[in-house]
Write a protein that binds this ligand. Structure first.
Ligand code: HEC
Ligand code: HEC
Ligand code: HEC
Ligand code: HEC
Length: 394
Protein backbone atom coordinates (compact mmCIF):
# COMPACT_ATOMS: atom_id res chain seq x y z
CA UNK A 1 0.00 0.00 0.00
CA UNK A 2 1.28 3.45 -0.91
CA UNK A 3 0.51 5.17 2.39
CA UNK A 4 2.27 2.41 4.37
CA UNK A 5 5.79 3.45 5.44
CA UNK A 6 5.02 7.05 4.47
CA UNK A 7 5.87 9.68 7.06
CA UNK A 8 2.15 10.15 7.62
CA UNK A 9 1.99 6.50 8.64
CA UNK A 10 5.06 7.06 10.85
CA UNK A 11 4.06 10.45 12.26
CA UNK A 12 3.62 8.92 15.72
CA UNK A 13 6.00 5.93 15.50
CA UNK A 14 8.85 7.91 13.92
CA UNK A 15 11.89 7.17 16.10
CA UNK A 16 13.48 10.49 15.31
CA UNK A 17 10.32 12.35 16.24
CA UNK A 18 9.88 10.39 19.48
CA UNK A 19 13.43 10.80 20.69
CA UNK A 20 13.50 14.47 19.67
CA UNK A 21 10.21 15.36 21.35
CA UNK A 22 11.28 13.59 24.57
CA UNK A 23 14.64 15.34 24.49
CA UNK A 24 13.14 18.80 23.95
CA UNK A 25 10.61 18.31 26.78
CA UNK A 26 13.31 17.42 29.32
CA UNK A 27 14.34 20.01 31.88
CA UNK A 28 11.93 22.77 30.80
CA UNK A 29 10.67 25.05 33.60
CA UNK A 30 9.00 27.97 31.83
CA UNK A 31 5.25 27.16 31.56
CA UNK A 32 5.02 28.74 28.08
CA UNK A 33 7.88 26.58 26.83
CA UNK A 34 6.30 23.50 28.38
CA UNK A 35 3.01 24.24 26.58
CA UNK A 36 4.80 24.11 23.25
CA UNK A 37 6.80 20.98 24.07
CA UNK A 38 3.57 19.21 25.06
CA UNK A 39 1.70 20.18 21.87
CA UNK A 40 3.34 17.78 19.41
CA UNK A 41 0.66 15.07 19.56
CA UNK A 42 -1.94 17.30 17.91
CA UNK A 43 -0.29 16.64 14.54
CA UNK A 44 1.90 13.60 15.21
CA UNK A 45 -0.78 11.46 16.93
CA UNK A 46 -3.95 13.23 15.75
CA UNK A 47 -6.43 10.37 16.11
CA UNK A 48 -5.38 9.82 19.71
CA UNK A 49 -5.53 13.53 20.41
CA UNK A 50 -9.10 14.01 19.17
CA UNK A 51 -10.36 10.84 20.88
CA UNK A 52 -8.87 11.83 24.25
CA UNK A 53 -5.46 10.16 24.62
CA UNK A 54 -2.68 11.25 24.43
CA UNK A 55 -3.44 14.86 25.30
CA UNK A 56 0.23 15.80 25.58
CA UNK A 57 3.65 14.69 24.38
CA UNK A 58 4.74 13.31 27.76
CA UNK A 59 1.68 11.03 28.19
CA UNK A 60 2.59 7.35 28.58
CA UNK A 61 3.08 6.05 25.04
CA UNK A 62 2.35 2.44 25.97
CA UNK A 63 -1.24 3.44 26.74
CA UNK A 64 -1.93 4.97 23.34
CA UNK A 65 -4.56 2.92 21.43
CA UNK A 66 -3.19 0.86 18.49
CA UNK A 67 -5.28 2.77 15.97
CA UNK A 68 -3.89 6.13 17.08
CA UNK A 69 -0.36 4.77 16.77
CA UNK A 70 -0.97 4.47 13.03
CA UNK A 71 -0.44 8.19 12.75
CA UNK A 72 -2.11 10.28 10.08
CA UNK A 73 -4.34 7.67 8.53
CA UNK A 74 -6.96 7.20 5.81
CA UNK A 75 -9.98 7.80 8.01
CA UNK A 76 -8.53 10.85 9.64
CA UNK A 77 -7.93 12.78 6.41
CA UNK A 78 -11.08 11.47 4.79
CA UNK A 79 -13.29 12.54 7.71
CA UNK A 80 -12.09 16.12 7.50
CA UNK A 81 -14.64 18.69 6.41
CA UNK A 82 -12.77 21.97 6.61
CA UNK A 83 -10.02 23.77 8.53
CA UNK A 84 -10.83 26.48 11.04
CA UNK A 85 -7.32 27.95 10.67
CA UNK A 86 -4.41 27.20 8.37
CA UNK A 87 -1.85 26.39 11.05
CA UNK A 88 -1.40 24.08 14.06
CA UNK A 89 -3.84 21.50 12.70
CA UNK A 90 -7.17 23.29 12.49
CA UNK A 91 -8.87 20.33 10.78
CA UNK A 92 -12.56 19.86 11.57
CA UNK A 93 -13.25 16.14 11.75
CA UNK A 94 -16.62 14.41 11.41
CA UNK A 95 -15.68 10.84 12.19
CA UNK A 96 -17.90 7.75 12.15
CA UNK A 97 -18.65 5.59 15.16
CA UNK A 98 -16.70 2.42 14.48
CA UNK A 99 -17.58 -0.42 12.09
CA UNK A 100 -21.34 -0.25 12.71
CA UNK A 101 -21.48 3.33 11.52
CA UNK A 102 -18.34 4.28 9.61
CA UNK A 103 -19.71 7.74 8.81
CA UNK A 104 -19.26 9.74 5.66
CA UNK A 105 -15.90 9.58 3.89
CA UNK A 106 -14.97 12.63 1.92
CA UNK A 107 -12.97 12.72 -1.29
CA UNK A 108 -12.39 14.45 -4.58
CA UNK A 109 -14.92 12.61 -6.79
CA UNK A 110 -18.47 13.77 -7.31
CA UNK A 111 -19.78 10.33 -8.39
CA UNK A 112 -18.15 7.95 -5.90
CA UNK A 113 -20.08 5.04 -4.42
CA UNK A 114 -19.15 2.62 -1.68
CA UNK A 115 -20.97 -0.40 -0.25
CA UNK A 116 -19.39 0.23 3.09
CA UNK A 117 -19.35 3.89 3.93
CA UNK A 118 -21.22 6.92 2.68
CA UNK A 119 -19.16 9.00 0.31
CA UNK A 120 -19.36 12.74 -0.20
CA UNK A 121 -17.68 15.07 -2.64
CA UNK A 122 -15.34 17.43 -0.85
CA UNK A 123 -13.81 20.41 -2.54
CA UNK A 124 -11.66 20.86 0.56
CA UNK A 125 -9.75 17.68 -0.32
CA UNK A 126 -8.73 19.12 -3.67
CA UNK A 127 -7.14 22.20 -2.05
CA UNK A 128 -3.76 22.87 -0.44
CA UNK A 129 -5.46 24.04 2.75
CA UNK A 130 -6.10 20.45 3.88
CA UNK A 131 -2.31 19.97 3.90
CA UNK A 132 -1.46 23.49 4.97
CA UNK A 133 -3.23 23.34 8.29
CA UNK A 134 -0.57 20.90 9.56
CA UNK A 135 2.28 22.03 7.32
CA UNK A 136 2.22 25.50 8.91
CA UNK A 137 3.35 25.34 12.53
CA UNK A 138 3.42 28.22 15.03
CA UNK A 139 4.68 28.22 18.59
CA UNK A 140 1.50 27.83 20.65
CA UNK A 141 2.35 30.75 22.98
CA UNK A 142 4.99 32.94 21.31
CA UNK A 143 3.39 32.53 17.84
CA UNK A 144 6.85 32.26 16.23
CA UNK A 145 6.58 30.65 12.78
CA UNK A 146 8.22 27.24 13.22
CA UNK A 147 7.19 25.75 9.86
CA UNK A 148 5.71 27.72 6.95
CA UNK A 149 5.46 25.30 4.01
CA UNK A 150 1.88 26.32 3.19
CA UNK A 151 2.60 30.08 3.35
CA UNK A 152 5.72 29.66 1.22
CA UNK A 153 3.59 27.87 -1.39
CA UNK A 154 0.77 30.45 -1.17
CA UNK A 155 3.24 33.25 -1.98
CA UNK A 156 4.89 31.31 -4.81
CA UNK A 157 4.34 31.20 -8.59
CA UNK A 158 2.68 27.78 -8.12
CA UNK A 159 -0.27 29.52 -6.49
CA UNK A 160 -2.76 31.29 -8.75
CA UNK A 161 -6.26 32.68 -8.18
CA UNK A 162 -7.14 30.79 -11.36
CA UNK A 163 -7.89 27.21 -10.28
CA UNK A 164 -6.81 25.85 -13.65
CA UNK A 165 -3.34 27.34 -13.25
CA UNK A 166 -2.86 26.60 -9.56
CA UNK A 167 -0.50 23.74 -8.72
CA UNK A 168 -1.56 22.50 -5.30
CA UNK A 169 0.44 20.37 -2.86
CA UNK A 170 -1.54 17.42 -4.24
CA UNK A 171 -0.58 18.51 -7.79
CA UNK A 172 3.04 17.51 -7.07
CA UNK A 173 2.99 15.20 -4.04
CA UNK A 174 -0.06 13.16 -5.06
CA UNK A 175 1.23 12.70 -8.61
CA UNK A 176 4.55 11.24 -7.51
CA UNK A 177 5.10 7.52 -7.97
CA UNK A 178 8.13 5.31 -8.59
CA UNK A 179 10.15 6.74 -11.53
CA UNK A 180 7.89 9.83 -11.70
CA UNK A 181 9.24 12.43 -9.25
CA UNK A 182 6.52 14.96 -10.26
CA UNK A 183 8.33 18.10 -9.16
CA UNK A 184 8.28 21.65 -10.53
CA UNK A 185 11.17 20.80 -12.88
CA UNK A 186 9.70 17.60 -14.33
CA UNK A 187 6.53 16.50 -16.05
CA UNK A 188 3.69 15.60 -13.74
CA UNK A 189 1.79 13.09 -15.87
CA UNK A 190 -1.63 11.85 -14.84
CA UNK A 191 -2.02 8.43 -13.26
CA UNK A 192 -5.07 6.88 -14.90
CA UNK A 193 -6.81 3.90 -13.33
CA UNK A 194 -9.51 2.87 -10.89
CA UNK A 195 -9.65 3.97 -7.26
CA UNK A 196 -11.44 0.82 -6.07
CA UNK A 197 -12.00 -2.65 -7.57
CA UNK A 198 -15.41 -1.88 -9.02
CA UNK A 199 -15.02 1.88 -9.36
CA UNK A 200 -15.16 3.74 -12.66
CA UNK A 201 -12.05 4.40 -14.75
CA UNK A 202 -10.54 7.81 -13.78
CA UNK A 203 -8.13 9.95 -15.72
CA UNK A 204 -6.10 10.52 -12.54
CA UNK A 205 -5.87 8.53 -9.32
CA UNK A 206 -4.17 10.58 -6.62
CA UNK A 207 -1.16 8.69 -5.30
CA UNK A 208 -0.66 8.37 -1.53
CA UNK A 209 3.11 7.86 -1.16
CA UNK A 210 3.46 11.30 0.48
CA UNK A 211 7.19 11.29 -0.14
CA UNK A 212 9.09 14.47 0.70
CA UNK A 213 12.80 14.40 1.34
CA UNK A 214 13.10 11.76 4.06
CA UNK A 215 14.92 8.68 2.76
CA UNK A 216 15.93 7.38 6.18
CA UNK A 217 12.69 6.22 7.81
CA UNK A 218 11.35 4.25 4.83
CA UNK A 219 14.76 2.60 4.44
CA UNK A 220 14.89 1.74 8.15
CA UNK A 221 11.57 -0.03 7.69
CA UNK A 222 12.74 -1.90 4.61
CA UNK A 223 10.81 0.20 2.09
CA UNK A 224 13.59 0.90 -0.38
CA UNK A 225 11.16 2.05 -3.03
CA UNK A 226 10.06 5.04 -0.94
CA UNK A 227 13.63 5.82 0.06
CA UNK A 228 14.54 5.88 -3.63
CA UNK A 229 11.57 8.15 -4.37
CA UNK A 230 12.80 10.65 -1.77
CA UNK A 231 16.26 10.67 -3.35
CA UNK A 232 14.80 11.15 -6.80
CA UNK A 233 12.58 13.99 -5.54
CA UNK A 234 15.60 15.77 -4.08
CA UNK A 235 17.53 15.27 -7.31
CA UNK A 236 14.79 17.06 -9.23
CA UNK A 237 14.59 20.06 -6.89
CA UNK A 238 17.64 22.21 -7.49
CA UNK A 239 20.27 23.27 -10.01
CA UNK A 240 23.79 24.66 -9.55
CA UNK A 241 25.82 26.72 -11.96
CA UNK A 242 29.25 28.33 -11.87
CA UNK A 243 29.86 31.75 -13.43
CA UNK A 244 33.00 31.02 -15.42
CA UNK A 245 33.74 34.65 -16.32
CA UNK A 246 34.37 35.54 -12.66
CA UNK A 247 37.04 32.86 -12.32
CA UNK A 248 39.51 35.20 -14.05
CA UNK A 249 39.54 37.25 -10.85
CA UNK A 250 39.86 34.07 -8.76
CA UNK A 251 36.28 34.51 -7.65
CA UNK A 252 34.03 31.49 -7.56
CA UNK A 253 30.42 32.60 -8.03
CA UNK A 254 27.81 29.88 -7.68
CA UNK A 255 24.10 30.15 -8.37
CA UNK A 256 21.84 27.81 -6.38
CA UNK A 257 18.38 27.58 -7.89
CA UNK A 258 15.16 26.09 -6.57
CA UNK A 259 13.81 24.50 -9.73
CA UNK A 260 11.47 21.88 -8.38
CA UNK A 261 10.04 22.57 -4.94
CA UNK A 262 6.68 24.33 -4.60
CA UNK A 263 7.91 25.99 -1.41
CA UNK A 264 11.23 27.14 -0.02
CA UNK A 265 14.17 24.82 -0.37
CA UNK A 266 14.45 23.30 2.10
CA UNK A 267 11.06 23.56 3.82
CA UNK A 268 9.39 22.24 6.98
CA UNK A 269 11.37 22.18 10.18
CA UNK A 270 14.34 23.88 8.68
CA UNK A 271 15.92 24.62 12.04
CA UNK A 272 16.83 20.93 11.84
CA UNK A 273 17.10 20.16 8.11
CA UNK A 274 20.50 20.66 6.51
CA UNK A 275 21.08 21.68 2.91
CA UNK A 276 24.61 22.84 2.20
CA UNK A 277 27.23 23.58 -0.44
CA UNK A 278 30.45 21.63 -0.73
CA UNK A 279 33.24 23.15 -2.79
CA UNK A 280 36.48 21.46 -3.80
CA UNK A 281 39.10 23.15 -6.00
CA UNK A 282 42.01 20.99 -7.15
CA UNK A 283 45.06 22.23 -8.99
CA UNK A 284 46.28 20.49 -12.12
CA UNK A 285 48.23 17.97 -10.02
CA UNK A 286 45.14 17.00 -8.03
CA UNK A 287 46.15 18.89 -4.86
CA UNK A 288 43.32 20.58 -2.99
CA UNK A 289 43.86 24.35 -3.06
CA UNK A 290 40.45 25.38 -1.69
CA UNK A 291 37.60 23.62 0.09
CA UNK A 292 34.38 24.58 1.85
CA UNK A 293 31.65 22.51 3.48
CA UNK A 294 33.66 19.29 3.87
CA UNK A 295 32.49 16.94 6.61
CA UNK A 296 34.80 15.75 9.39
CA UNK A 297 35.34 12.08 10.25
CA UNK A 298 32.07 12.01 12.23
CA UNK A 299 30.22 13.46 9.24
CA UNK A 300 29.69 16.70 11.18
CA UNK A 301 29.70 19.99 9.30
CA UNK A 302 32.06 22.87 9.92
CA UNK A 303 30.77 26.12 11.48
CA UNK A 304 31.58 28.13 8.33
CA UNK A 305 29.75 25.85 5.88
CA UNK A 306 27.29 27.64 3.59
CA UNK A 307 24.06 26.18 4.85
CA UNK A 308 20.43 26.90 3.96
CA UNK A 309 18.33 26.75 7.10
CA UNK A 310 16.63 28.72 9.86
CA UNK A 311 17.93 29.56 13.32
CA UNK A 312 15.62 30.48 16.20
CA UNK A 313 16.51 32.83 19.04
CA UNK A 314 15.62 33.25 22.72
CA UNK A 315 14.30 36.80 22.30
CA UNK A 316 17.67 38.37 23.14
CA UNK A 317 19.49 37.41 19.98
CA UNK A 318 20.97 34.17 21.28
CA UNK A 319 20.46 31.06 19.16
CA UNK A 320 18.34 28.25 20.65
CA UNK A 321 18.08 24.66 19.45
CA UNK A 322 14.81 23.91 21.21
CA UNK A 323 11.63 24.99 19.36
CA UNK A 324 9.91 25.32 22.73
CA UNK A 325 12.21 28.31 23.41
CA UNK A 326 11.83 29.88 19.96
CA UNK A 327 10.83 33.49 20.60
CA UNK A 328 12.27 34.91 17.37
CA UNK A 329 13.83 33.98 14.04
CA UNK A 330 17.49 34.96 13.84
CA UNK A 331 18.31 33.53 10.44
CA UNK A 332 16.20 32.37 7.52
CA UNK A 333 18.40 31.61 4.57
CA UNK A 334 16.53 29.40 2.15
CA UNK A 335 15.63 29.50 -1.52
CA UNK A 336 12.10 30.53 -2.59
CA UNK A 337 10.38 28.59 -5.40
CA UNK A 338 11.82 29.31 -8.88
CA UNK A 339 14.35 31.70 -7.37
CA UNK A 340 18.12 31.59 -6.80
CA UNK A 341 20.70 32.62 -4.26
CA UNK A 342 24.22 33.55 -5.26
CA UNK A 343 27.29 32.52 -3.22
CA UNK A 344 30.73 34.00 -3.76
CA UNK A 345 33.95 32.31 -2.65
CA UNK A 346 37.33 34.03 -2.74
CA UNK A 347 39.81 31.55 -4.18
CA UNK A 348 43.54 31.77 -3.35
CA UNK A 349 45.53 34.07 -5.66
CA UNK A 350 47.33 31.37 -7.58
CA UNK A 351 47.35 30.42 -11.23
CA UNK A 352 44.20 28.35 -11.67
CA UNK A 353 45.12 27.05 -15.13
CA UNK A 354 44.33 23.33 -15.30
CA UNK A 355 42.42 23.45 -12.01
CA UNK A 356 39.16 21.61 -11.51
CA UNK A 357 36.28 23.07 -9.51
CA UNK A 358 33.50 20.91 -8.17
CA UNK A 359 30.49 22.31 -6.32
CA UNK A 360 27.85 20.00 -4.81
CA UNK A 361 24.57 20.64 -3.04
CA UNK A 362 23.75 18.15 -0.29
CA UNK A 363 20.70 17.37 1.86
CA UNK A 364 20.40 15.64 5.22
CA UNK A 365 17.25 15.43 7.39
CA UNK A 366 19.10 16.60 10.53
CA UNK A 367 22.61 17.36 11.77
CA UNK A 368 24.41 14.09 12.51
CA UNK A 369 25.73 15.72 15.68
CA UNK A 370 22.21 16.36 16.97
CA UNK A 371 21.13 12.80 16.15
CA UNK A 372 24.20 11.43 17.96
CA UNK A 373 23.59 13.65 20.99
CA UNK A 374 19.93 12.68 21.32
CA UNK A 375 20.06 9.00 20.36
CA UNK A 376 23.60 7.96 21.19
CA UNK A 377 26.58 7.94 18.90
CA UNK A 378 26.41 5.57 15.93
CA UNK A 379 22.78 4.61 16.58
CA UNK A 380 21.38 6.36 13.51
CA UNK A 381 23.44 7.34 10.49
CA UNK A 382 21.38 9.72 8.38
CA UNK A 383 21.80 9.44 4.62
CA UNK A 384 23.51 12.34 2.83
CA UNK A 385 21.94 12.95 -0.56
CA UNK A 386 23.57 14.84 -3.41
CA UNK A 387 20.88 17.05 -4.94
CA UNK A 388 22.93 18.76 -7.65
CA UNK A 389 26.49 19.27 -8.89
CA UNK A 390 28.42 21.65 -11.13
CA UNK A 391 31.98 21.17 -12.45
CA UNK A 392 34.39 23.38 -14.34
CA UNK A 393 37.85 22.63 -15.66
CA UNK A 394 39.92 25.75 -16.24
C1 HEC B 1 -2.82 13.27 4.56
C2 HEC B 1 -4.22 13.06 4.24
C3 HEC B 1 -4.62 11.77 3.54
C4 HEC B 1 -4.39 10.48 3.97
C5 HEC B 1 -3.61 10.03 5.19
C6 HEC B 1 -5.06 9.62 3.03
N1 HEC B 1 -5.64 10.35 2.05
FE1 HEC B 1 -6.74 9.65 0.49
N2 HEC B 1 -6.80 11.50 -0.33
C7 HEC B 1 -6.38 12.65 0.30
C8 HEC B 1 -6.64 13.78 -0.56
C9 HEC B 1 -6.30 15.22 -0.21
C10 HEC B 1 -7.24 13.28 -1.74
C11 HEC B 1 -7.72 14.06 -2.94
C12 HEC B 1 -6.64 14.77 -3.72
C13 HEC B 1 -7.21 15.81 -4.69
O1 HEC B 1 -8.33 15.67 -5.15
O2 HEC B 1 -6.48 16.76 -4.99
C14 HEC B 1 -7.36 11.82 -1.56
C15 HEC B 1 -7.92 10.94 -2.47
C16 HEC B 1 -8.29 9.64 -2.17
C17 HEC B 1 -9.14 8.79 -2.96
C18 HEC B 1 -9.80 9.19 -4.24
C19 HEC B 1 -9.34 8.41 -5.40
C20 HEC B 1 -7.96 8.70 -5.84
O3 HEC B 1 -7.08 7.85 -5.50
O4 HEC B 1 -7.74 9.69 -6.53
C21 HEC B 1 -9.24 7.58 -2.32
C22 HEC B 1 -10.03 6.37 -2.74
C23 HEC B 1 -8.42 7.69 -1.12
N3 HEC B 1 -7.86 8.94 -1.06
C24 HEC B 1 -8.25 6.66 -0.21
C25 HEC B 1 -7.34 6.70 0.86
C26 HEC B 1 -6.94 5.55 1.64
C27 HEC B 1 -7.48 4.14 1.47
C28 HEC B 1 -6.02 5.99 2.55
C29 HEC B 1 -5.21 5.18 3.58
C30 HEC B 1 -4.45 4.08 3.06
C31 HEC B 1 -5.89 7.42 2.36
N4 HEC B 1 -6.68 7.82 1.32
C32 HEC B 1 -5.08 8.24 3.13
C33 HEC B 1 -5.79 12.74 1.55
C34 HEC B 1 -5.39 11.68 2.33
C1 HEC C 1 5.93 22.17 -7.67
C2 HEC C 1 5.89 20.93 -6.94
C3 HEC C 1 5.61 20.99 -5.46
C4 HEC C 1 4.53 21.58 -4.82
C5 HEC C 1 3.40 22.39 -5.44
C6 HEC C 1 4.69 21.28 -3.41
N1 HEC C 1 5.83 20.56 -3.19
FE1 HEC C 1 6.48 19.81 -1.41
N2 HEC C 1 8.21 19.15 -2.29
C7 HEC C 1 8.50 19.26 -3.62
C8 HEC C 1 9.86 18.82 -3.82
C9 HEC C 1 10.58 18.77 -5.16
C10 HEC C 1 10.38 18.44 -2.57
C11 HEC C 1 11.79 17.91 -2.25
C12 HEC C 1 12.73 19.05 -1.92
C13 HEC C 1 12.47 19.67 -0.60
O1 HEC C 1 12.72 19.02 0.43
O2 HEC C 1 11.95 20.80 -0.55
C14 HEC C 1 9.31 18.67 -1.62
C15 HEC C 1 9.41 18.40 -0.26
C16 HEC C 1 8.38 18.55 0.64
C17 HEC C 1 8.47 18.22 2.05
C18 HEC C 1 9.70 17.68 2.78
C19 HEC C 1 10.62 18.81 3.14
C20 HEC C 1 11.77 18.44 4.03
O3 HEC C 1 12.91 18.74 3.68
O4 HEC C 1 11.56 17.87 5.09
C21 HEC C 1 7.25 18.52 2.60
C22 HEC C 1 6.85 18.36 4.04
C23 HEC C 1 6.41 19.04 1.54
N3 HEC C 1 7.11 19.06 0.37
C24 HEC C 1 5.08 19.45 1.70
C25 HEC C 1 4.38 20.21 0.75
C26 HEC C 1 3.12 20.89 1.02
C27 HEC C 1 2.37 20.85 2.32
C28 HEC C 1 2.78 21.56 -0.14
C29 HEC C 1 1.61 22.50 -0.38
C30 HEC C 1 1.48 23.61 0.57
C31 HEC C 1 3.79 21.24 -1.13
N4 HEC C 1 4.75 20.44 -0.54
C32 HEC C 1 3.79 21.70 -2.45
C33 HEC C 1 7.65 19.71 -4.62
C34 HEC C 1 6.43 20.37 -4.41
C1 HEC D 1 -2.77 15.98 10.48
C2 HEC D 1 -1.70 16.79 10.03
C3 HEC D 1 -1.22 16.63 8.58
C4 HEC D 1 -1.96 16.76 7.42
C5 HEC D 1 -3.43 17.04 7.27
C6 HEC D 1 -1.02 16.58 6.34
N1 HEC D 1 0.24 16.33 6.83
FE1 HEC D 1 1.89 15.87 5.76
N2 HEC D 1 2.92 15.48 7.47
C7 HEC D 1 2.45 15.71 8.74
C8 HEC D 1 3.46 15.30 9.71
C9 HEC D 1 3.34 15.39 11.22
C10 HEC D 1 4.56 14.81 8.96
C11 HEC D 1 5.90 14.31 9.49
C12 HEC D 1 5.80 13.06 10.25
C13 HEC D 1 7.15 12.68 10.82
O1 HEC D 1 8.17 12.93 10.19
O2 HEC D 1 7.20 12.14 11.92
C14 HEC D 1 4.17 14.93 7.55
C15 HEC D 1 4.98 14.55 6.49
C16 HEC D 1 4.70 14.82 5.16
C17 HEC D 1 5.58 14.57 4.06
C18 HEC D 1 6.96 13.91 4.14
C19 HEC D 1 8.01 14.89 4.53
C20 HEC D 1 9.42 14.35 4.46
O3 HEC D 1 10.25 14.88 5.21
O4 HEC D 1 9.72 13.46 3.69
C21 HEC D 1 4.97 15.03 2.93
C22 HEC D 1 5.50 15.01 1.51
C23 HEC D 1 3.67 15.53 3.31
N3 HEC D 1 3.53 15.39 4.67
C24 HEC D 1 2.74 16.08 2.43
C25 HEC D 1 1.42 16.34 2.78
C26 HEC D 1 0.38 16.67 1.82
C27 HEC D 1 0.58 16.82 0.34
C28 HEC D 1 -0.77 16.82 2.54
C29 HEC D 1 -2.15 17.16 2.02
C30 HEC D 1 -2.74 16.21 1.08
C31 HEC D 1 -0.45 16.59 3.94
N4 HEC D 1 0.88 16.31 4.04
C32 HEC D 1 -1.36 16.66 4.98
C33 HEC D 1 1.23 16.21 9.07
C34 HEC D 1 0.16 16.37 8.20
C1 HEC E 1 0.90 21.75 13.42
C2 HEC E 1 1.40 20.41 13.24
C3 HEC E 1 2.66 19.97 13.98
C4 HEC E 1 2.94 20.07 15.31
C5 HEC E 1 2.08 20.66 16.41
C6 HEC E 1 4.25 19.47 15.49
N1 HEC E 1 4.74 19.01 14.30
FE1 HEC E 1 6.48 17.99 14.02
N2 HEC E 1 6.11 17.91 12.03
C7 HEC E 1 5.01 18.47 11.41
C8 HEC E 1 5.19 18.36 9.98
C9 HEC E 1 4.20 18.86 8.94
C10 HEC E 1 6.42 17.71 9.76
C11 HEC E 1 7.07 17.37 8.44
C12 HEC E 1 7.86 18.55 7.96
C13 HEC E 1 8.97 18.20 7.04
O1 HEC E 1 9.22 17.03 6.77
O2 HEC E 1 9.63 19.11 6.61
C14 HEC E 1 6.97 17.42 11.08
C15 HEC E 1 8.18 16.75 11.29
C16 HEC E 1 8.79 16.62 12.52
C17 HEC E 1 10.08 16.00 12.76
C18 HEC E 1 10.98 15.38 11.71
C19 HEC E 1 10.94 13.90 11.76
C20 HEC E 1 11.92 13.22 10.83
O3 HEC E 1 11.95 11.97 10.86
O4 HEC E 1 12.66 13.87 10.11
C21 HEC E 1 10.37 16.12 14.08
C22 HEC E 1 11.63 15.64 14.81
C23 HEC E 1 9.24 16.80 14.68
N3 HEC E 1 8.30 17.09 13.71
C24 HEC E 1 9.15 17.13 16.03
C25 HEC E 1 8.09 17.80 16.59
C26 HEC E 1 8.05 18.16 17.99
C27 HEC E 1 9.14 17.87 19.00
C28 HEC E 1 6.86 18.80 18.18
C29 HEC E 1 6.34 19.43 19.46
C30 HEC E 1 7.23 20.37 20.10
C31 HEC E 1 6.16 18.84 16.90
N4 HEC E 1 6.94 18.21 15.96
C32 HEC E 1 4.91 19.40 16.70
C33 HEC E 1 3.91 19.03 11.99
C34 HEC E 1 3.79 19.31 13.35
Amino acid sequence: MQWENSLHHFSHKDLIYKSTSDYLRKGLKDPDEIKEAESCVKCHTPVGFITGYPAKTSDDRTRIPKLAQKGIQCDYCHSATTAEKIYNNGLQIEPGNGEEDPGVKRGPFKDSESDYHEVAYSEFHTQSEICGTCHNVKHVVFKTDLETTYTEWKNSPYYSDDLNKRITCQGCHMYQRPDIPATGSTERPKNPGVASDDGPERDHIFTHYFVGANAYLPELNGDLEKAEMAVSRLQHSAALSIDEKQLDQNKLVVEVRNTGAGHYLPTGLTDIRQMWLEVVVQNKYGGKVFTSGLRDKNDYLNEDTIIYNTVFGDGNGNPVHNVAKAREILKDKRIPPKQSLIETFKLPSIDLKGAEIKVSLYYRSAPQKMIDTINGKGKHKLPIIKMAEAKVKI
